[in-house]
Design a protein around this ligand. Structure first.
Ligand code: AMP
Ligand code: GLY
Length: 417
């Protein structure tokens, strides 16, 4: 199979890596990719929101699978264009991707499908905002209705900060606060059948102890030793199958990956959010554990072949990823500094470096080029060993002003949630 991965972050480096380990994948391309993907795939520098440029590239290389990593091209309708030209694609069409592109639409689908989620109101005016904040009380949860790369959500006890965020966003969704640990469950769907991957946990806040602003994700681990038995089956029955049936009923079948963000609250399991693509950085750990070849699975989401797949194979053990972020992330990150120690970090047993926000500086050096610069993965017999390896590798990275969380998977390695 000739495969093309669209995107250039840590998630896409993980996808390229997993596809490179699939014996069925004979030729591997990435657009635009990053210095890390260039070691495993041929990178093509194109604008990935330009549908024509992507379809031309896919046709030229004879792609039998185009796997779209990020949400922006999905919401812009890239999958529709590829499907129209008969090119097999991993990722939902524009209408189905609205499940991530509009929080209000996602809530509407959940309501129609009877999916348990936080009570919410869509607000446009200051008066509506004020009334919703009164209704739900603190902590206040205020979400930008549109795409915001995981950074459009403010959770705060400060009423003024909640009101200010609502003013800045315009149309917002205000909802009840969900307590309890969060779980990310990824599910492959061909529009009718759904197959779950391994649940993972992400760390959304910038600093240790879940302090600081929300980010795209500062680290992740899988599996979750503390997760209640039967969690995946419960979520498939109460969330995934009803949602996929509802999307099909609306004439916009959901083909690709459904990211189910969950909170395990004291009142039961609730959906925090849906995304229309693999999560970053959870993908880095989930794909590290996957033993089933990835290429055919992704292709089957397009061709309707998931009905024949009952369960996937997973490697025993655990994986942890730690994000190395640039100074000032998630604000305006400092770019351009050289990243040292990459080879040394890769040399740590059981660890490897995935590039997230990097670019070439000259022919051989790598520089920081984004907020989340690297996603360092450690894998091992258990979470404790995976953590140890990930952090040993992170310690070898040299990037001026960079920071990382020191507590990724710390509690889970001790058996807590
Ligand atoms: P979202 O973009 O909807 O995933 O929100 C980003 C993050 O904000 C989530 O991962 C949670 O950590 C937090 N969050 C979102 N909604 C809620 C909620 N209703 N209650 C508590 N925390 C939330
Ligand atoms: N890690 C959160 C996300 O990908 O949305």
């Amino acid at each position: 199979m000739k495969a093309l991965v669209i995107g250039g972050g840590g998630r896409e480096h993980a996808l390229v890596r997993a596809l490179s380990l699939d014996p069925g994948v004979t030729s591997l391309h990435c657009a635009p990719g990053n210095p890390g993907t260039s070691e495993l795939a041929e990178n093509h520098v194109i604008n990935v929101t330009d549908g024509l440029a992507v379809t031309q590239l896919a046709a030229r290389i004879g792609a039998e699978l185009v796997a779209i990593g990020p949400e922006a091209p999905l919401v812009a309708g890239l999958a529709d264009e590829l499907r129209r030209r008969g090119i097999p694609v991993f990722g939902p069409d524009r209408e189905a991707a609205r499940i991530e592109g509009s929080k209000a639409f996602a809530k509407e689908v959940m309501e129609a499908a009877g999916v348990p989620t936080a009570k919410a109101r869509v607000c446009r005016t200051a008066a509506q905002v004020s009334e919703a904040l009164d209704t739900f009380g603190p902590p206040y949860v205020v979400k930008d209705d549109g795409l915001a790369a995981g950074k459009g959500v403010v959770v705060t006890n400060d009423r003024k900060a909640a009101e200010q965020h609502a003013r800045e966003c315009g149309r917002v969704v205000i909802e009840e606060y969900l307590d309890g640990p969060e779980v990310s469950l990824f599910v492959l769907s061909d529009g009718r059948h759904a197959v779950p991957l391994l649940p993972a946990q992400d760390f959304k806040r910038a600093y240790d102890g879940d302090e600081g602003p929300n980010t795209g994700g500062m680290g992740a681990y899988a599996p979750l030793p503390w997760a209640p038995p039967g969690l995946v089956e419960e979520v498939m029955a109460s969330v995934v199958r009803p949602t996929i049936a509802e999307m099909d009923r609306r004439g916009t079948p959901y083909q690709g990956l459904l990211y189910v963000g969950l909170a395990l609250t004291s009142n039961g399991t609730r959906v925090v959010e849906f995304n229309a693509r693999f999560g970053d950085p959870e993908t880095q750990v989930v794909l590290d554990r996957l033993a089933t070849p990835l290429g055919v699975l992704l292709q089957a989401t397009d061709t309707g072949g998931l009905g024949g797949v009952s369960a996937l194979d997973w490697r025993p053990g655990a994986a942890v990823t730690v994000v190395v972020a640039a100074e000032n992330y998630p604000g305006d990150p400092v770019k351009g500094d050289l990243v040292g120690g990459l080879a040394e970090a890769d040399a740590v047993e059981g660890a490897y470096v995935l590039h997230a926000g990097t670019a070439w500086s000259g022919a051989r050096d790598v520089k920081a080029n984004g907020g989340r610069v690297l996603s360092v993965v450690g894998s091992g017999a258990d979470l404790a060993q995976a953590r140890e390896r990930a952090y040993a590798a992170v310690d070898r990275i040299d990037l001026r002003g960079s920071f990382h969380r020191a507590d990724i998977a710390e509690k889970a390695a001790l058996g807590e949630d």
